[in-house]
Design a protein around this ligand. Structure first.
Ligand SMILES: Nc1ncnc2c1ncn2[C@@H]1O[C@H](COP(=O)(O)OP(=O)(O)O)[C@@H](O)[C@H]1O
Ligand SMILES: [Mg+2]
Length: 365
């Protein structure tokens, strides 16, 4: 597949000290659904606005379908943007809102209406064409904004936190609908969100941003299973961290010593013996071992807290050396409930080597 968007070393310096985007290079394939993910202020919207042409980069080049568009204004790029507040005209009907840009382009009234009808059908609102935005629910207004954005079939659709104004239930539903819409229209979607679940469930690829830079770029599953840094490991899902030192290598993997005990990890970092490292493992990838049960890594500890959350338990376990870690386990049936560990009880954690992340250096506690 060809790249529809190519960002080459893009930066945006708002002032000497405020750097919105810092040397980002990124290719987006034609038809891909890519999400820019990161906490507030990391530069997601700045990057999106530069792709749309609403902001000029301080350095770097932007190509759209092979053409340099770095200094081309928004209305001359084959790109459309959906804003967080939808920006619908309140005095126009739904159909007029959608057809607005088409009439400016010189289409006939009948042609524009046909295209609006098609776009509304795609977003599941075939019967709302003559209503005013005020007569619609928040979710319906969001769909109208989407219909307006895709009616001309731009090459790329930019979406800045498109679901953030909706309540939780509707947001879940719209995630699926937007993913289906993307599949149906085949346009490239580039979305911005700070919500990791949204990013993971909707996108083909997620670009995790940190302070204006790309921290990691990959498929949702790869980011989850192989985070490149503690920052990514903790921004996507949750991760327990334990300070350690690399002590050697064996056929089973890398050996790491820590105050909590020795670990073997499949991950192999090009680090010398004795190097300071940080171990990471996810709460749901740890087992509380039953008596007599064993695992490749067995780490003793003591239960500090047990929280019941319906689907399962989240326990906090204190390891030797004082580090506290979380362990999540599902409770498949009521029998298991009688075996719920109690605070103060000694436990053994079982962790498989492929579930142990190893990062160079120490994470500030
Ligand atoms: N128009 C602007 N003028 C000055 N600074 C800005 C402007 N827009 C954004 N910033 C700054 O640039 C950084 C990135 O902002 P933004 O791209 O909005 O982040 P995000 O969308 O990830 O929350 C922040 O420090 C923000 O304060
Ligand atoms: Mg933003």
């Amino acid at each position: 597949m060809a790249a529809i968007i190519e960002l080459q070393r893009i930066s945006k310096h708002y002032s000497k000290t405020i750097i919105g985007v810092d040397d980002v290079s990124l290719d987006v394939e034609d038809g891909e659904f890519v999400t820019l993910l990161g906490p507030s202020g990391c530069g997601k919207s700045t990057l999106l606005r530069m792709i749309g042409g609403f902001e000029a980069p301080t350095h770097g080049m932007i190509r759209l379908a092979g053409q340099d568009v770095t200094h081309v204004p928004p209305y001359r790029r084959d790109v459309n943007m959906v804003f967080q507040d939808y920006a619908l005209f309140p005095h126009m009907t739904v159909g007029e809102n959608i057809a607005y840009g088409l009439k400016i382009q010189g289409r006939s009234r009948a042609q524009a209406r046909d295209m609006a009808v098609d776009a509304l059908a795609l977003v599941g609102l075939p019967d709302k064409i003559d209503q005013k935005p005020a007569q619609l629910s928040g979710g319906q207004r969001q769909r109208v904004a989407l219909a307006r954005a895709i009616v001309r079939r731009p090459k790329v659709l930019l979406l800045d936190e498109p679901l953030s104004a909706l309540d939780a239930r509707l947001r879940d539903q719209m995630r699926i609908e937007m993913k289906h819409l993307h599949e149906k229209v085949g346009i490239t979607f580039i979305m911005v969100t700070h919500d990791q679940e949204e990013a993971l469930t909707m996108s083909d690829r997620v670009v995790v941003m940190e302070k204006g830079r790309v921290a990691q770029d990959g498929r949702p599953q790869d980011l989850y299973d192989q985070p490149a840094s503690p920052y990514v490991a903790n921004f996507i899902g949750t991760t327990n961290f334990v300070a350690g030192s690399l002590t050697g290598r064996s056929p089973a993997g890398t050996r790491i010593a820590s105050a909590a005990g020795d670990f073997t990890a499949t991950a192999d970092l090009a680090l010398p013996q004795g190097a300071e490292v940080t171990l990471g493992f996810r709460p749901e990838k740890v087992r509380l071992l039953a008596e007599g049960e064993t695992a490749a890594n067995v780490v003793p500890g003591r239960i500090a807290e047990v929280i019941y959350y319906g689907l399962g338990l989240r326990t906090t376990v204190e390891l030797a050396g004082g580090t506290q870690v979380h362990v999540d386990c599902l409770l498949p049936d009521s029998l298991a409930r009688s075996a719920v560990p109690q605070p103060g009880a000694p436990v053994r954690l079982g962790i498989e080597p492929h579930n142990v992340f190893v990062f160079a250096g120490r994470v500030a506690a």
